[in-house]
Design a protein around this ligand. Structure first.
Ligand code: FES
Length: 107
């Protein structure tokens, strides 16, 4: 059972397009929250590890996000860097949907 004290409401599921992402800022940090093709949700740190570009502005296809600046790509489920010039993985955070609301565990 997860520790509820660490879960933060981010948005409603309907706020994110399927195979889409939105930026979520919390406590001075920025994150990207993704909705996969099967409506599963994921959260990563919001900035590309190559340069500090917001990944929520990138292209989401299937379970990958492509950085809008140099087309580096990540698997947003695991944070794995999939394509250069991005070579450092993203940090990931647990995410879930409860009653249509997306919550992320940032603790
Ligand atoms: S800033 Fe993201 S790949 Fe360069």
């Amino acid at each position: 059972m997860s520790d509820l004290s660490t879960w933060v409401p981010a948005c409603k599921l309907e706020d994110i397009e399927q195979e889409g992402a939105i930026r979520f800022d919390h406590a001075g940090r920025t994150y990207a929250v993704y909705r996969g093709p099967d409506d599963s949700v994921y959260c990563t740190t919001g900035l590309c590890t190559h340069e500090a570009i917001h990944l929520a502005d990138g292209l989401v296809m299937d379970y990958e996000v492509e950085c809008p600046k140099h087309s580096g790509a990540f698997d947003y489920r695991t944070g794995e860097a999939l394509r250069l010039p991005a070579c450092e993985n993203l940090r990931t955070y647990p995410a879930e949907v409860v009653d249509g609301e997306v919550r992320v565990a940032l603790g």
